[in-house]
Design a protein around this ligand. Structure first.
Ligand code: BDP
Length: 328
């Protein structure tokens, strides 16, 4: 009997020394959210992430992505991730503007010189700061997807900011976006992505703004036939997981997820570059009028009040803008 007691005590003592391995050996089912169709570069990137995680955890973490906003529009999905009912997702950073201040910096108009500059910022200083802010609201950023440059498309031709005056232009739900569109002279109308097509069709709005692949994949080009290459914002996207799940992973599992997310982002970026070209071709062949903006200065000059409002009295944000500008 005494031997048994000693053995039991020893077993308990050893158990106390072994770090708690959450659900080790136990299968978990993770739910993933994506706003785009499965064959969009982001959907494929997210699927790649899921496959890599499943393979490398021997199917212990099973990832299932629900594409095409099946689990709700972006704002709802962010809330669901914070509550832990969505486990992983690809989000645009603008819907975080009112929740995570540094996401405003990378939304700012005409900040990045080109794609390479935006990669250097988001894979470095900007990404680090944004990841800290997102963690504060229960979201763990693992890697960054491309989203190209966003331009304005409308139901009537727009050549100059003056042409935009009074036009109702859809924006993402973010105060910064509202101010940005107002500074261009338009009438900003925040709406969920999924409502843009019918709103254009019924005349509730006169235009929206997005990158080539979204303009094409949503078929907005069928109802808004003029695309003006303002390229006013290059806001990137995040591949993120819920903190509620992350907290319960061990270090080995976390590394698997981090590596898989980085590989998925590299894959998405390759697909992205290709899709931008293809989408532009598709809409041009469908007869869209592309209005090339040769000189962006008149557009950029109108943005001064937006910079002033969002970074002027905030040293953390203005220093991040400065550091991004100084990147090679
Ligand atoms: C697309 C983004 C998507 C956004 C959408 C929008 O990939 O995440 O929800 O724009 O404008 O480019 O809402």
């Amino acid at each position: 009997m005494k031997v048994m007691r000693v053995l039991r005590a020893a077993a308990l003592a050893t158990a106390a020394l072994v770090p708690w391995l959450p659900g080790a050996g136990q299968a978990q089912e993770w739910r993933g959210w994506n706003i785009h169709a499965a064959d969009y570069p982001n959907g494929r990137g997210l699927d790649r992430f899921g496959e890599l995680v499943m393979q490398r955890t021997n199917n212990r973490i099973r990832m299932r992505t629900y594409h095409s906003a099946q689990l709700g529009q972006q704002d709802e999905a962010i809330q669901q991730m914070r509550l832990g009912s969505i486990d992983f997702a690809n989000f645009n950073l603008s819907p975080f503007n009112n929740l995570a201040p540094t996401t405003q910096v990378v939304t700012l108009p005409f900040l990045f010189r080109d794609v390479a500059h935006s990669h250097r910022a988001i894979d470095g200083i900007a990404g680090e700061e944004i990841a800290k802010d997102l963690e504060q609201i229960g979201i763990i950023a693992l890697s960054w997807f491309d989203a190209g440059a966003r331009s304005i498309y409308t139901t009537r031709p727009v050549r100059t900011p003056a042409d935009l005056r009074g036009m109702k232009i859809r924006v993402q739900t973010s105060d910064l976006w509202i101010d940005l569109m107002r500074a261009l002279g338009a009438n900003p109308t925040p709406l969920p992505f999924g409502e843009v097509f019918t709103s254009l069709q019924s005349g509730v709005i006169d235009g929206a703004e997005n990158n080539w692949p979204s303009y094409e994949s949503t078929r907005h080009f069928e109802v808004a036939r003029y695309f003006t290459t303002t390229e006013h914002s290059n806001v990137p996207e995040v591949l993120a997981v819920s903190q509620q799940r992350w907290r319960r992973l061990n270090e080995q599992e976390r590394n698997i997820l981090r590596d898989a997310a980085r590989e998925a982002a590299a894959f998405q970026r390759q697909l992205w570059a290709e899709r931008e070209r293809q989408s532009r071709q598709v809409v041009e062949r469908a007869g869209v009028t592309v209005i090339e903006v040769a000189d962006r200065r008149p557009w950029a000059e109108l943005m001064a009040p937006v910079y002033q409002k969002y970074t002027g009295s905030n040293p953390r944000l203005s220093s991040l803008v400065q550091r991004i500008r100084e990147l090679p």
